[in-house]
Write a protein that binds this ligand. Sequence first.
Ligand code: PMP
Length: 429
Amino acid sequence: MTSEDLDFDRQHIWHPYTSMSAPLPVYPVSGAAGCELQLNDGQRLIDGMSSWWAAIHGYGHPQLTAALCEQAQRMPHVMFGGVTHAPAIALCRKLVAMTPPALSRVFLADSGSVAVEVAMKMALQYWQARGENRRRFLTLRGGYHGDTFGAMSVSCPDNSMHGLWRGYIPEHLFAPAPTCRFEDTWDAAQIAPFTQLVEKHRHAIAAVILEPIVQGAGGMRFYHPQWLKEIRTLCYREGILLIADEIATGFGRTGELFACGHAGITPDILCLGKALTGGTMTLSATLTTGEIAKTISDGEAGCFMHGPTFMGNPLACAAANASLDILEQGAWRHQVRAIECQLRNALLPLQDHPRVQDVRVLGAIGVVETRTPVNMASIQRAFVTAGVWIRPFGRLIYLMPPYIITSDQLARLTSAIAEVLTRDDCFQS
Ligand code: PMP
C-alpha cells in the first residue's frame, strides 16, 4: 500500500464514526492470523477486539477457511426467493437446536441492524395480524441496537443523538438504564419505572426490545439477571412480546451460550449476528416462535414483508456452519472462563487508579471506564506502539479478545491498558 493509497483513503472513504474533514488516523492492515493483526509495515498486534465481537475463533481458522473455500467454488451466492440450499438448511437446523425450544422459525438477513429491523417488523406485523394497533417499542436507556432507522429509534436517545432525527424516527418509550449490576444483590425497586411505563402504555406497546445482561456499544454495562427475569414475567403477564438482541452477546461471549441463559428466559424474538460466522462474513438471523410466524403469515399481507437480496447467502451460511461446529466442540466454555479469570486478576486492581472510574468483567469482556474521555488518536497510537489492537471509545477502554487467546497474549493486552493509564497525552482533561 502506497502513501497515495492512504491519501485516497483519507479523502474519499468514510470510516465508522469519524469525520471526513479531520479523520482520525487509520492503520493499514495486511493480514490477520490467530489472535494477531499484521500491519503493512510488518508489525504484529495482539487483537483485543475480535473485530467488534465477531472473530471469536481468531483469524484464519483452518475450519472456517476450508468451509469458505469449498463453498466459494461450489456456489458463493444464489437468491433465496424460490430456491433453497444445503448451507442455509444446515445453519437453521443448528440455530433451532442450540436456542431455546420455542424459537423454531428463522429469518436470515445480512447484518445485525437488519436483524433488529426484521425483529421489530415481525412484532408490528404480529399485532397488525391480530387486529391490535400496537406500534410502540419499550426499551432501556443506555442500549444500542444498530444504525438503521428502526434500530436507532430504540437505541439510547443520548448516544444515538435522537435530536438529529427528530420528526424522522418514531418516538419510543425508554425506561431508565438498569443500575443493579450483574454481581449486586437484587434491588426489586429498580424495576418500578419500567413496570409503570408498561402499565401506562400497555395497549400501545408491540414489544420490549433489549440487549440481555450486557449493554454493549451504549456503555458496556452488565446488569443483574433478575432484571431480565422480571421483564420476561411482566411481558408474559401483559401479553407484550420480548425481543432479545443477542447480536453482541450471543455465542458464548458472556460465559453462557446466550446471555438470556443467565436468567433462564426465552424471548419471543431473538436477534443474532456478529460472531455467527466466526467473524468472517456478514450474516444475521432473527428467530421467533411458531405462533408468531403463523400469526404473521395468516394476516392481511399473507407473508412477512421482508426479503433482502443477499438473504441466506450460502458463503456466509457455510462459514456460520463451520463456526457453530467449532462452538459445538465446547472448548469455548473453559476458554471464556479462563479469560474471565485472568481479566479479573489483571483489571480489577486498576480500580484504584486515580484515572479510573470503574472496572467490570463478565465472561470474555473486560471494561475499564475512565474518569475523562480518551484522546483517541494518542491512545490508539500508544496501543499500536505497545503491539496491541485495542480501540476504546469515549471513557471506555475495553477488551473482548478471541476465545483462543493465550494467557501471555492476554497479559500483553491488560498490561498495555495499565500502561496507558499512566500517560496524560492519552486522555482529555
Ligand atoms: N445490536 C447490537 C447489540 C450490536 O452490538 C450491534 C453492533 N454493534 C448491532 C445490533 C448492529 O449490528 P451491525 O453493526 O452488524 O449492523
